[in-house]
Design a protein around this ligand. Structure first.
Ligand code: ADP
Ligand code: ADP
Length: 232
């Protein structure tokens, strides 16, 4: 489903050049839960943001669902991004909008009729168990509930791919487990491919089929979770 071909990403800031990714080749299969783990600064965010081209590679190609997204026009890319959901560490909800409006937000951007927006929004709110909270504001919810809203918003467009950027890193261990169970449920019930980045080994162990280990911009290992982490 996803292929990264020889991806390099170099950032130039005044007096400093950083090689965030150096020759990354990666294949992520349709329907799997794929984890990317590494230390802070290893290149995880840069890598996951390549999958919807929030970051463009300095060199290399990104293929998703048989399409070379690095060759797309801006208009094609906008359409492509509607089919990719993203979940963030700090939820990124709009504080002045209700839960319902937060979930409708990406649907409005596609020009969908209000009636259909609402139907979709209630569908995904039900999926994450928040139907009763639709009229509340984010500040009236717990962290775990806010992340459920973030997940509902990411699913509203019925994506085939869900990208999770440290989605549980701001949550306590118990809430982390319930969000991870929800992600697994989404993966198995809806068949959505999930790519997540984390610095937490426990996150990888509890939900991922396969994992890539990244260090200083290089992929140092890729494989089944059990194979990669059985090594001493
Ligand atoms: P991680 O997500 O694993 O913490 P990042 O992908 O955020 O790693 O960063 C990888 C490297 O690229 C780091 O050295 C970081 O400082 C650098 N980097 C990331 N984003 C930028 C940017 N916008 N400008 C300059 N350097 C950046
Ligand atoms: P339907 O075609 O009737 O929508 P599906 O088998 O496609 O039925 O989906 C089962 C349930 O999951 C429905 O409530 C559907 O709306 C919901 N659903 C399907 N795909 C997604 C998705 N990508 N994101 C969120 N909800 C979805």
């Amino acid at each position: 489903m996803i292929r990264l071909k020889n991806i390099h990403k170099t950032y130039h800031s005044p007096g400093r050049v950083s090689h965030a990714l150096a020759g990354v080749d990666l294949h992520i299969r349709q329907g799997e839960v794929f984890g990317i783990i590494g230390r802070s600064g290893a290149g995880k965010s840069t890598l996951i943001r390549m999958l919807n081209l929030l970051e463009h590679p300095t060199q290399g190609e990104v293929w998703v669902g048989g399409q070379n997204i690095t060759a797309m026009s801006d208009a094609q890319l906008r359409r492509f991004r509607h089919g990719v959901g993203m979940v963030f560490q700090h939820f990124n909800l709009l504080r002045s909008r209700t839960v319902l409006d937060n979930v409708c937000f990406p649907l409005r951007l596609t020009g969908m009729a209000r009636r259909e927006q609402l139907q979709r929004a209630y569908e995904v709110l039900e999926l994450v168990g928040l139907t009763d909270h639709a009229a509340k504001y984010p500040r009236q919810l717990s962290g775990g509930q806010q992340q459920r809203v973030g997940i509902a918003r990411a699913l509203a467009n019925r994506p085939e791919l869900l990208l999770c950027d440290e989605a549980t890193s701001a949550l306590d261990p118990e809430t982390t487990q319930s969000i991870l169970r929800l992600l697994l449920d989404i993966n198995s019930r809806l068949g959505i491919t999930i790519v997540l980045i984390t610095h937490g080994m426990d996150v990888i162990r509890s939900v991922c089929d396969r994992v890539a280990v990244i260090d200083a911009g290089f992929l140092v290992e890729v494989g089944d979770v059990l194979d990669v982490f059985l090594h001493p």
